[in-house]
Write a protein that binds this ligand. Sequence first.
Ligand SMILES: NC(=O)c1ccc[n+]([C@@H]2O[C@H](COP(=O)([O-])OP(=O)(O)OC[C@H]3O[C@@H](n4cnc5c(N)ncnc54)[C@H](OP(=O)(O)O)[C@@H]3O)[C@@H](O)[C@H]2O)c1
Length: 278
Amino acid sequence: MRDEQKMILRDGAALPAVGYGTYKAAGEEAVAAAYAAGYRYFDTAAFYGNEEAVGRALRRYPREAWQVATKIWKTELGYDRAWASAEESLRRLGVDYVDVLLIHWPKRTPDDPDWQRLDRETWRAMEEMRDQGMVKTIGVSNFLPHHLESLFVTANVPPAIDQIEFHPGYLQAETVDFCRREGILVQAWSPLGRMRLTGHPLLAELGEKYGVSPARICLRFALELGVMPLPKSSDSRRMAENLDLFSFALEPSDVERLRGMEETGWSGEHPDRERVIL
Ligand SMILES: NC(=O)c1ccc[n+]([C@@H]2O[C@H](COP(=O)([O-])OP(=O)(O)OC[C@H]3O[C@@H](n4cnc5c(N)ncnc54)[C@H](OP(=O)(O)O)[C@@H]3O)[C@@H](O)[C@H]2O)c1
């Protein structure tokens, strides 16, 4: 694997630069098709209800050949619940370790008064899991800078990953910049904006200029900013297309234009606010 095709984490682990998102994708056959297309990193979560299928598909191949990430759902925050959640995830996946474990959201609800204590206790459990070898890398998802700063107060090991919504039109620049300063890898969920961006004139224009689809523009854009995209597709042709990101690069001026795109395509999800139905 060439260097640009890898992401090196602050804990020393190496991940492929592009992962496969399994939310709503993930029958066993879709995951096996993604493996056949070349994906080696698979993003799932207890919440997705597909860990068994993901595990069945991946266990067809040698354990060292792939990496799997799962997440602790927001109702399972706290020391004992986090342990139980992770143990159940490993059981459902049929593995004796996961490569990455993330806290899925920093709060049970936007107005949860107890979120700081719960995050810190969850994190203490995850540090122990890491020490015991059942998890290689620990990280978070949907954490904004103030959630990360709160975790830092008691963390012995800082998070290596923050997985957030990221796509042209919703860059969360403050969080991305904070993570860059702290050496935390940003992973992009909905890197295609779940195709809410289809037909945006700038993506169409750049697609034409580079001779690639708007989806590949979105994914290459993430890579240009050092962000690891996790596209989901159930279609083997699109799975392959979404991995084909190293045969072209965006000119800096085009990266700037994409950075300057108006806010669009946001999912409506935010850790500190009730979900907005758009
Ligand atoms: N941490 C979190 O809170 C969180 C939240 C949401 C998602 N995630 C993770 O991020 C992953 C990806 O996000 P996502 O599933 O929300 O959205 P996404 O990857 O941005 O978009 C998926 C949609 O785009 C379509 N698509 C994929 N490739 C395409 C291409 N080349 N051309 C045209 N359409 C294409 C897919 O349809 P087809 O399947 O028909 O190709 C699907 O409808 C999830 O699967 C999950 O693992 C995490």
